[in-house]
Design a protein around this ligand. Structure first.
Ligand code: ADP
Ligand code: UDP
Length: 236
């Protein structure tokens, strides 16, 4: 597969065309942003870690019956994925209160929910990814009701699997963001990434944060947290 022109440079990844019109090449950067791009920095080694973690999780999820965009890992930073039309929703699942939920609802972080919650943000940088509900998503024609139902089912399946997976390595999966896309035949698949950039991971014993909150909140030891997640997942 040949790497062709760059189609897009996002905050964390670059996307390239390939000689197969159905396949894209994603290249993970060390760049980090927070608060809709206001805070910027780099996290050394992050790109390679997020690439490996994402690909590993997607391959495990495929085995669980969750269709994903994953095709092939090419190198430490580069991966081939199926080209999709991204559904412009950030799908957020929460098991424990934190972040914008705690702020919006005026509750402390760390409340363990009896059941996971789901919410949608309209993926639109100019608007700052506003929280919307499923009716709004359908009204705006961001997705159909059928697609919303599929996305909900898949997102909760991803949560059940990942919650158990991370528990085994001593990590509580607090919350995370997923993106879904449509293949050319309309099939909904899991796309984008699953990494310490897009999930909150807390050590089960110490509750130490092992994710991008260390960068967002200037907690220090940012690289160490990403490395620690690698160690937990791959034992290295
Ligand atoms: P952002 O656009 O938020 O800055 P990134 O830097 O992660 O994010 O850029 C990657 C872009 O590629 C995102 O807009 C994401 O929605 C998109 N994307 C992820 N997977 C696919 C895919 N399989 N096909 C097409 N686009 C994708
Ligand atoms: N998240 C993300 N990208 C975003 C917004 C959120 O990956 O643009 C992830 C974030 O890492 C966390 C979860 O989604 O794991 C919930 O984030 P929250 O709504 O609490 O927002 P934040 O506190 O990040 O502003």
């Amino acid at each position: 597969m040949e790497k062709l022109n760059q189609l897009y440079e996002g905050k964390a990844k670059k996307v390239f065309a390939t000689d197969d019109p159905e396949v894209l090449l994603v290249s993970y950067k060390d760049d980090a942003t927070a608060f809709n791009g206001i805070k910027r920095g780099t996290i050394a080694g992050k790109g390679a870690i997020n690439n490996r973690v994402t690909n590993y999780m997607m391959q495990l999820l495929e085995k669980e019956g969750v269709p994903t965009h994953f095709v092939k890992e090419l190198s430490d930073r580069e991966t081939l994925v199926k080209k999709v039309t991204i559904v412009p929703l950030e799908v957020i699942i929460r098991n424990i209160s934190a972040g914008s939920f705690s702020k919006r609802c005026g509750v402390e972080e760390g409340i363990v929910f009896d059941e996971p919650t789901i919410e949608f943000s309209y993926k639109n940088d100019e608007l700052g990814d506003p929280l919307i509900n499923a009716y709004h998503a359908v009204a705006l024609k961001l997705a159909t009701w059928d697609e919303i139902e599929t996305i909900k089912t898949l997102a909760f399946k991803v949560n059940s699997f990942m919650k158990a997976f991370f528990k085994k390595v001593g990590v509580d999966l607090v919350d995370f963001k997923l993106e879904f896309g449509r293949l050319s035949d309309g099939t909904i698949v899991l796309a984008d990434e699953i990494s310490p950039d897009t999930c909150r991971f807390w050590d089960s014993e110490t509750h130490e944060k092992l994710d991008k909150d260390r960068f967002r909140r200037d907690l220090g030891h940012v690289e160490d947290a990403y490395q620690e997640m690698m160690k937990r997942i791959f034992g290295e």
